[in-house]
Ligand binder design. Structure first.
Ligand code: ADP
Ligand code: F6P
Length: 324
């Protein structure tokens, strides 16, 4: 009897995120259990243009659940930004004879998926980014590991900052989303956080907060800054000038993207990977697997990409209320 489901392609795209390997493993194992062939596309969408593919079997994903990064490599692929590129990539998918392309990545990568959908390719998206900036999903794979890495670094900075009675400025990633900043601000016991969602920063207000907290007995301070908000080094100099407190800036950078995924990232990745293949077997087309209220669910691809949700700021408020 001819099999109903045949072949899926899978790629990881955009910035890598811890847990991407766990989701690749889940997709491949769930597929192979159900007689579905999997083709891994290397280096994000670039693999389509370079015809860089490899078959993935249950065995080829052994020993990857605990590894950071992505065995499929990832890339930012400029060819996908033009209509000609999208047509070419879709033609390669058709030549490969894949029934669905599973795209693991952030909002950019899933937007690339939407462009391929417009060229007749079936897409199932899985949110994979440390930034937690895919608004349709309450979780994106990699976030928990990145926050834990940031908090571990912040704890170390707290030790030295406290010994020297200094102020530490810590710049974290997140692109334009403040989730890593706010979560590590709460977990790291920060005085304040500076995030895009709240707009421009009033540096005098920040300096005044540091001065007030010192008067209340605080011996060191910690400010978390989301990347791209301002120059952290300059902020340190300016705050030091205004407060008289020795201030140092640390940019955590790409170390937030590496490392062994936490159990939470592995579990959600495994659940999302399984769900993606279940959706494929149910003949669902052009959807994004999402995390909502503790459940793994799905949303229409286009709706998911255009999803809006308001910044509420309760967690940011928590940082401030608890700072002293
Ligand atoms: P992320 O997926 O983490 O948000 P990027 O925004 O860098 O990362 O996007 C990753 C890749 O997805 C891009 O290099 C490009 O190949 C593809 N992509 C992003 N935006 C678009 C778009 N508007 N149209 C087509 N492809 C896109
Ligand atoms: O999207 C993940 C992310 O790490 C962002 O937090 C950051 O802005 C960006 O990627 C950095 O990209 P690159 O690795 O190209 O410097």
């Amino acid at each position: 009897m001819e099999k109903k489901y045949k072949k899926i392609g899978v790629l990881t795209s955009g910035g890598d995120a811890p847990g991407m390997n766990a989701v690749i493993r889940a997709v491949v194992r769930m597929a192979s259990t159900n007689g579905i062939e999997v083709i891994g596309i290397n280096k994000g969408y670039s693999g389509l243009f370079n015809k860089d593919f490899k078959p993935l079997t249950a065995k080829s994903v052994c020993d990857i659940i605990s590894r950071g990064g992505t065995i499929l490599k990832t890339a930012r692929c400029m060819e996908m930004m033009s209509l000609e590129g999208q047509i070419e990539a879709a033609t390669v998918c058709k030549d490969l004879d894949i029934d669905t392309l599973v795209v693991i990545g952030g909002d950019g990568s899933l937007t690339g998926g939407l462009k391929l959908k417009e060229q007749g390719i079936n897409i199932i998206g899985i949110p994979g980014t440390i930034d937690l900036d895919l608004k349709c999903s309450e979780y994106t794979i990699g976030f928990d590991t990145a926050v834990n890495t940031a908090v571990e670094a912040i704890d170390r900075l707290r030790d030295t900052s406290s010994s020297h009675e200094r102020c530490s400025i810590v710049e974290v990633m997140g692109r334009r989303a403040g989730h890593i900043a706010v979560w590590s601000g709460v977990a790291g016991g920060a005085d304040d956080v500076i995030i895009h969602e709240e707009g421009d920063v009033d540096i005098e207000e920040l300096a005044s907060k540091i001065r007030k907290n010192r008067l209340k007995g605080k011996e060191h301070n910690l400010i978390i800054v989301c990347e791209g908000m301002l120059d952290s080094q300059k902020l340190a100099e300016e705050l030091e000038q205004r407060t008289g407190v020795v201030t140092r800036a640390t940019i955590l950078g790409h170390l937030q993207r590496g490392g062994r995924p936490t159990a939470l990232d592995r579990v959600i990745a495994s659940r999302m990977g399984r769900k993606a293949v279940e959706l494929f077997m149910e003949d669902k087309k052009n959807v994004i697997v999402i995390y909502k209220s503790g459940n793994i669910n799905f949303i229409d691809l286009e709706k998911g990409i255009n999803f809006e949700n308001k910044y509420r700021g309760r967690l940011t408020e928590t940082v401030r209320i608890l700072s002293l």
